[in-house]
Write a protein that binds this ligand. Structure first.
Ligand code: SAM
Length: 264
């Protein structure tokens, strides 16, 4: 069985190893590089993505898959704190707590999780309700029907077998649970596409070389985005996994898109 690693055709095991190597290489510079490459725009995409999950019911169980260095989970915690402040704690049963909401950050790469754990400490985040798990999105060591919300941001593109990861998402979500994915996607407008492609292929790898000393990882990043299914193809895949009310929304003209669906 062959799959794509960027523009290369490789075996499934080879892809898994190469992806692992990429994130091992970029872990320490990951956050900086995101800012440099996207001129900070990834922050806006992530803020927007996380805002969509609010308001949250007390006791929501969330899993953030391919959660890497905690970008999504930390935003969720901040959002929860904001939500709790706004709903001013006239009820004292949940004051100070995050209303029993739990967030499990899972990633296949321990190096990424380690950077995230360090960040949680330096950010002085009150980390109650936060936990970490090193696991493959294709086979999560978690019981079925156990989460209310599954998020994955800029992660599913890197998974060897995307359909398997979607099946796993479906399995671990409770009936009524929601799947939400933020991922690079495809720009349709020819002029914008040209500009975006030029930037991607001619600027990003050299930038990776200058800032992180790593041309190849960033070339993979650019290529893997091109190889990922289109908005509609990916929507179909999510439906094939069993999700209902599947929709997507383009951000920045389709540079990224948010796909979501429900397990009924
Ligand atoms: N979600 C974070 C964010 O938005 O900044 C990190 C995204 S990072 C581009 C992609 C992450 O996917 C990496 O941390 C990588 O280790 C993880 N990853 C790759 N393959 C995976 C798999 N099969 N299962 C779980 N995580 C995986």
């Amino acid at each position: 069985e062959t799959v794509h690693f960027g523009f290369q055709t490789v075996s499934a095991t080879e892809k898994a190893q190469k992806v692992h190597q990429v994130f091992e290489n970029v872990a320490s510079k990951y956050d900086l590089m995101n800012d440099v490459m996207s001129v900070g725009i990834h922050r806006i995409w992530k803020d927007y993505f996380v805002k969509k999950i609010f308001p949250l019911h007390p006791g929501t169980n969330i899993i953030d898959v391919a959660g890497g260095t905690g970008d999504i989970a930390f935003r969720m915690l901040e959002g929860l704190d904001r939500q709790n402040k706004n709903s001013n704690s006239s009820t004292d049963d949940d004051s100070g707590s995050r209303k029993n909401t739990t967030i499990l950050i899972s990633d296949i790469n321990q190096a990424m999780l380690d950077v995230g754990k360090k960040r949680a400490l330096t950010m002085n985040l009150q980390s109650d309700g936060l936990s970490w798990l090193c696991a493959n999105a294709q086979e999560l060591p978690l019981p079925e029907n156990s989460f209310d919300l599954y998020t994955i941001a800029f992660g599913i593109r890197n998974v060897t077998d995307v359909s398997k990861a979607l099946d796993e998402a479906y399995r671990i979500l409770r009936p009524g649970g929601r799947f939400m994915c933020l991922e690079f996607s495809h720009v349709k407008n020819p002029l914008l596409k040209w500009a975006y492609d030029t930037y991607s292929f001619q600027v990003i790898p050299p930038l990776g070389e200058v800032v992180a000393g790593d041309w190849k990882s960033y070339q993979y990043l650019v290529e893997s985005i091109r190889k990922f299914p289109t908005q509609d193809e990916f929507k179909n895949m999510i439906e094939e996994a069993g999700f209902r009310s599947v929709r997507y929304e383009n951000l920045s003209f389709g540079v990224v898109s948010i796909h979501s669906g429900y397990k009924i």
